[in-house]
Design a protein around this ligand. Structure first.
Ligand SMILES: C[S@@+](CC[C@H](N)C(=O)[O-])C[C@H]1O[C@@H](n2cnc3c(N)ncnc32)[C@H](O)[C@@H]1O
Length: 249
């Protein structure tokens, strides 16, 4: 069986990825050959005496910028598989905000390459010449693109068929269907005067599903009304038809 997805990571700090690639669901997915993750050290693509990857900005300004040559060479050195170029991602706080929807789109790709920045940023020609999909993991600034790349890789890999064990499924997780996930309980049935809602141990599947839907709905309304509005717009027809029946429709 071939790999579901190949992911190339272009970074100056490959060692940062060892912990995440060797742990938990990502490690198991790699062992099951669902994902083939390869690390490229951008510094290996410098040919000058000092192996310099960065330099001062023209026009002045603080910090150092990644030079274009090693990044272009590293991207071009990735062996294109099946005659298709990879989906090229650039980690930047100026990019499109990363969402579960983007993770789902990326989980369908055969080959992804991720450029991790560092220092003050990139020479603009990396954007102009390579035309990557620029992605941000939130409105804050980290020191490098490695942690954003790890977040994205984890979100993609757990969506690959077979990555989560039989017992787990991404289906009911937050964002997957447009709502936050419902409240959940495990043993003991009562803890410090806080009982598990009775319905959850009733064995009545439809009532449990109704309760879970209500919980997800109320939680989304309280915490993320923006998500609920989108969910209602998307599902208005289905919800309308099912007014007198149980949720989820
Ligand atoms: C210190 S940041 C540079 C920020 C840049 N000077 C700016 O204002 O846009 C260094 C690198 O970390 C990565 N990075 C930092 N914050 C990020 C975020 N929120 N999402 C994605 N990548 C981020 C990017 O690769 C970025 O080039």
């Amino acid at each position: 069986m071939g790999f579901f997805v190949r992911i190339d990571i272009l970074t100056l700090f490959p060692a940062m990825f060892r912990g995440m690639l060797d742990s938990s669901i990502v490690r198991i997915a790699i062992e099951k050959k669902l994902a083939d993750v390869r690390l490229s050290n951008v510094r290996n693509f410098t040919y000058d005496r000092h192996r310099s990857v960065d330099d001062t900005p023209y026009g002045g300004g603080p910090g150092m910028l990644l030079r274009p040559e090693p990044i272009f060479r590293a991207v071009e050195a990735i062996a294109w598989t099946e005659h298709t170029a990879p989906e090229l991602l650039l980690m930047t706080p100026q990019g499109e905000p990363f969402t579960q929807h983007i993770a789902q789109q990326l989980s369908l790709k055969k080959h992804i390459a991720i450029i991790c920045g560092h220092y003050e940023g990139f020479d603009e020609r990396i954007r102009i010449g390579l035309k990557p999909w620029e992605i941000s993991i939130g409105d804050y600034v980290l020191s490098g693109g490695e942690i954003p790349a790890m977040a994205i890789i984890d979100a993609i890999i757990r969506l690959l068929p077979g990555a989560l064990g039989d017992q787990q499924s991404p289906e009911s997780e937050s964002f997957q269907n447009g709502l936050l996930e419902y409240a959940q309980y495990t043993k003991p049935i009562v803890w410090r005067d806080m009982p598990v809602p009775e319905v959850l141990s009733s064995g009545h599947h439809q009532k449990i599903r109704d309760w879970q839907f209500r919980s997800a709905y109320e939680r989304t309304l309280a915490r993320r009304p923006d998500l609920l509005e989108k969910f209602l717009q998307k599902n208005s027809q289905v919800l309308d038809k099912s007014k007198n029946t149980s949720f989820p429709p």
